[in-house]
Design a protein around this ligand. Structure first.
Ligand SMILES: [Zn+2]
Length: 295
């Protein structure tokens, strides 16, 4: 799922390449993608896209006339910036927004179509999409700790809950927990003030580093390789591979339909916890479907 670093760079490139242009047409293959009917999507044609912003993992674009398009890419949704009126393949393509100088194509490489697009009128309507996740960059250490302690959950669950924290998902939470040297199944109510401050700094550092890295890779183009599995990650998606800091093989805990990766030496004091017990702990702490958290 595109997380804060990916969404930030999407928004930056959309502002650089698309903002200011008039929407000249819409080709929609998946009517079910569009979750609202008023204002009608097609009523946006002929208007300019003014600016792109982010709300959590959602991309918001403001159209002339005070209408807003709110797009959640969920796990497999991606945006592409292609030459104007590029031919669309039916497979895996929801449709395209045709602008004056190019076409913004929305794809979703998954059988389960979860991406969602809403059109709303007026900035006030955007509050409905604000999940209330804490911005780790703006928050003080005390605010971070308070939010973390507001519910008794595993750190993995708390970090990835969009109602708790802004823009963090499965991939960067693994990286953050490894950076902070804490276990993904540590309970959020069970962390000292010092450990909390370390975890908060790890959130900012990991998200900043990956945003800068993504920005550098994309350059003056458009994000093409948005993936949760990136070379250079310490533990996420690296089961069995050596931890870059200590060389120990990265472990995994599978729970529900997800998994988390961690280094036992760096994060659990070298203790090899029983993965089945961890799995049950995480599973019990997780809602049944990801849609419950993200929808
Ligand atoms: Zn390690």
């Amino acid at each position: 799922m595109p997380e804060l670093p990916d969404v930030v760079v999407y928004v930056e490139r959309l502002n650089a390449l698309v903002a200011g242009q008039t929407l000249t047409g819409i080709r929609m293959h998946s009517p079910s993608l569009v979750k609202t009917y008023d204002p009608p999507l097609r009523s946006l044609i002929g208007r300019k896209a003014l600016a792109f912003t982010r709300s959590g993992k959602r991309i918001i674009w403001e159209m002339e006339g005070d209408d807003f398009v709110v797009l959640h890419l969920m796990i497999a949704g991606r945006l592409r910036w292609r030459e104007k009126l590029t031919k669309l393949t039916r497979k895996r393509t929801h449709g395209a927004f045709d602008f004056e100088r190019g076409s913004l194509v929305l794809t979703e490489a998954s059988n389960q179509k979860r991406a969602a697009l809403h059109v709303v009128h007026g900035a006030d309507a955007l509050v409905n999409f604000d999940r209330g996740g804490l911005d780790v960059f703006a928050a003080s250490d005390a605010e971070f700790a308070e939010r973390m302690r507001s519910g008794r959950h595993t750190l993995k669950r708390s970090l990835t809950d969009p109602r708790m924290f802004d823009g963090i998902g499965g991939a960067y939470s693994d990286e953050i927990l490894h950076r902070a040297r804490v276990s993904p199944v540590q309970l959020s109510t069970n962390l000292s003030d010092d450990a909390m401050t370390t975890l908060h700094a790890a959130c900012r550092d990991v998200l900043t580093e990956w945003t800068e890295r993504t920005r550098e890779e994309v350059g003056d183009g458009f994000p093409e390789k948005v993936t949760a599995f990136r070379p250079g990650m310490a533990v996420h998606g690296r089961f069995g591979k050596p931890c870059p800091d200590c060389g120990t093989a990265v472990r995994r805990i599978a729970y529900a339909t997800r998994e988390t990766n961690y280094c036992a030496r760096c994060q659990t004091d070298g203790r090899l916890l029983r993965d089945r017990a961890l799995s049950q702990l995480l599973k019990a702490d997780w809602p049944r479907t990801i849609d419950e958290l993200e929808a």
